[in-house]
Design a binder for this molecule. Structure first.
Ligand code: UDP
Length: 323
């Protein structure tokens, strides 16, 4: 098959490209190389089944040709990372909303199956209050005020989900929405805020590991290899069409414990420092205290079971940054 990956030079997209090429598919990547990087895909450049178009997904003529040429689309291109969203909100909103609009419109005109990458951010801060349970796909969302920039990303991706579902229901376009929880592995940059590469890079040079807030907030981390397996599995599963599906790992860890674990695994001399959120992200920042997926739906659909545990996840990041 010919497969289009938007954002295929990014962290998740490039691993997806590796996997699909390994399966014998022909892969077309479009990436504007903003948060994605050539180094993520340079090992693929010699492969005759790999094609890179360095351009934005907002260029309709370019996208039209690619969508027409391909049998399936993985739409991974988005502005991601809390730091990026806080620093460049206009870019975040425009890329995420207009980009997905473009992908869905063209997929619909050529009737191509499309998987839209969404994010656990869409749940907002629902886990902070009394309503604290693991997050199923149908759990209510709780967004902060529009004056709190962080929520711009969550709202942009929620709009992507609405639009994808509307195309499915109204136009019968085969779409799958993968709501991806914190995913970690080699090639993930710490530049836009992601916690694990940040901690590992600091630990390896014995610089302070900086925890935002008091470190009691928790996350559930998924290894990139598990996430990619989930995405490919969902694309191949007819029962996933028209559905929102959580992709994640249910094992939770507090950020404080994470810092200690990274320090231990790297044998680092780093201090663990705690700074207030405002210092990290500017005034009025809101974090979510907990975010853990319910993965019953994906288990039922494709028998998904995450294979790499937290230590395994961190080790792959250590190995990557040591290299
Ligand atoms: N975090 C931290 N230090 C960092 C980067 C992040 O303590 O250098 C915290 C952040 O405030 C959040 C958690 O780690 O509570 C996960 O952050 P990340 O940006 O990786 O993902 P998200 O907030 O989107 O879950």
């Amino acid at each position: 098959m010919k497969i289009l990956i938007t954002g295929g030079a990014g962290f998740i997209g490039s691993h997806l490209a590796d996997r699909l090429l390994g399966m014998g598919e022909e892969v077309f990547v479009i990436d504007d190389l903003s948060t994605g990087a050539l180094k993520n895909i340079e090992h693929l450049q010699e492969n005759p089944r790999f094609h890179l178009v360095a351009d934005t997904i907002l260029h309709e003529a370019v996208m039209n040709e690619l969508v027409f040429k391909c049998d399936q689309i993985y739409h991974m291109a988005a502005a991601v990372g809390v730091k990026l969203i806080m620093n460049r909100p206009v870019e975040t909103l425009e890329t995420n909303v207009k980009g997905t609009e473009m992908v869905l419109k063209l997929a619909n005109s050529h009737k191509r199956k499309v998987l839209i990458a969404s994010t656990s951010e869409v749940y907002g801060k629902v886990m902070d209050g009394h309503n604290c349970c693991v997050l199923t796909e149908d759990t209510d969302r709780l967004m902060g005020s529009t004056t709190k920039r962080r929520w711009a990303y969550a709202c942009s991706k929620a709009l992507d989900e609405f639009l994808a579902l509307a195309y499915y229901e109204e136009k019968k376009l085969p779409v799958i929405i993968a709501r991806i929880f914190n995913t970690v592995g080699p090639r993930q940059t710490g530049q836009y805020g992601m916690v694990v590469p940040n901690f590992v890079q600091k630990a390896l040079i014995d610089k302070p590991i900086v925890v935002y807030g008091d470190g009691t907030q928790s996350r559930s981390f998924t290894h990139i290899s598990d996430a990619v397996e989930a995405l490919v599995g969902l694309m191949a599963e007819p029962g996933a069409v028209g559905q929102v599906v959580n992709v994640g790992n249910t094992k939770e860890v507090s950020i404080k414990e994470l810092a200690l674990l990274v320090k231990e695994m790297t044998g680092s001399e780093s201090d663990i420092e705690y700074i207030p959120y405002e210092k990290a992200y500017g005034p009025g920042f809101e974090d979510m205290m907990r975010r853990c997926p319910d993965i019953a739906r994906i288990k039922e659909l494709i028998g998904f079971e995450p294979k790499v545990d937290l230590r395994g996840i961190i080790q792959t990041v250590i190995d990557y940054y040591k290299e």
